[in-house]
Every structure is written in C-alpha cells, then in structure tokens.
Write a protein that binds this ligand. Sequence first.
Ligand SMILES: N[C@@H](CCC(=O)N[C@@H](CS)C(=O)NCC(=O)O)C(=O)O
Length: 202
Amino acid sequence: MIKLYYVPMTRAARPRWLLEEMGVAYELIRLPRAHRDRIEAGYRAIHPTVRVPALVDGDVTMWESAAICMYLADRFVEKNLAPALAAPGRGEYYQWMSFALSTAEPPVYRALLHTRMLSPEQRSAAELKSAREEFSVVAQVLSSVLHDKEFMVENRFTAADVMIGSICAWAGASGLLQDQPVLSAYVKNLSQRPAFQVAHGD
Ligand SMILES: N[C@@H](CCC(=O)N[C@@H](CS)C(=O)NCC(=O)O)C(=O)O
C-alpha cells in the first residue's frame, strides 16, 4: 500500500488531499513535527533533507509535493485528475504545477513566516510588505484565469487545483487574500470539498 509521510498542516496535506480525492487506499505515516526527532526516527533514509511530504509506492520513493501529486495523478490515470498526455491542457497543467512552487509559494511562505510562524519579535513589517507586493503579481495572474472559471485547467478539478489551491489557502491564512475576491472565492469553493477537509484536519 502507498505510504505517505506526513505532518499535519504542512505541504504534506497536498498529496493527502489528492489521495483523498482519488479514493485510493494509503497508509498515513505520522512523523514528529520537530526536525531533530525525525532524524532520530531514521527518516533521512526516506527524505534526504528530512522534510515532508515523502511517498513510498512499492519500489518508488519520492518527495517534493508537486512531483508527488503529478506522479499520483498519472499512476491512477483512471481517476481523471490530470489532463490526458496529448490533451492541450497538459502543457498548462505542467505550467501551473511548476508556477505553484517556483513563483506562487515563495511570497506566500514569506508572508506566513512574518504573520504566523516567526515569534512576534522576529517578524518584519518590511518583509511582509515585500511579500505582499510580490504576491500581488501572482494574484493577478491566477485571478485572470479564475475570474470566469472554477478550476485552473480544463475547467474541472485536477491536481493543479491541489497545488494552486493549497498555496491560495495559505495566502488566505496569512492575510494576503483580503482584497482578492476571485482567489477568496476559489479557496472557499475548494475548502468545501470533503477531501480538502480531511487533508486539512489533523
Ligand atoms: N518543496 C518541498 C518543501 C518541503 C518542505 O519544506 N516541507 C516542510 C513542511 S511544510 C518541512 O518539512 N520543513 C522542514 C522541517 O520542518 O524540519 C515540497 O513542496 O515538498
């Protein structure tokens, strides 16, 4: 059975969300939240930088949330959670999966750091302002896709919505969606999905 290495409220929620959408059986392996405890548990043998998520599927051991989501969508192709290989939407799908981690996530993560994750003394208003500015470009790009559509690709739910949706949900949690009606509606819509709710529980 597929094993997902997991810590709640982390990027590991992304493949969990996708697995729940697919209705595929998987084993959730809960790891300690503290980095050092994960090393002591021998987790470096699974993930060389001791992060989550990681996935083991038979002979395949892999990590990186977007890569895992793409792998799972293709592994269970009958679940229809990615555009077909030769479909026009396939290129867009790769684009959004890559955009999610390389362009959308960095300002959102920075905003999370400076609103929630760092201690109040460590937070910087200047860092938060710059993260907001950087995110406004991302928001503009995503809103131009979603203003008249419910989903990112082929106007149906795919793994691209797991990646982009997860990052937009983080953006909402760090106050970046206050003046973003299109993205707020997108997150609200996705967060009503039962699979989202399971993956964002404990
Ligand atoms: N680009 C990686 C980032 C993975 C990552 O940084 N995960 C965080 C949790 S959200 C982590 O495990 N951080 C190290 C730690 O907590 O020790 C991915 O998307 O999977």
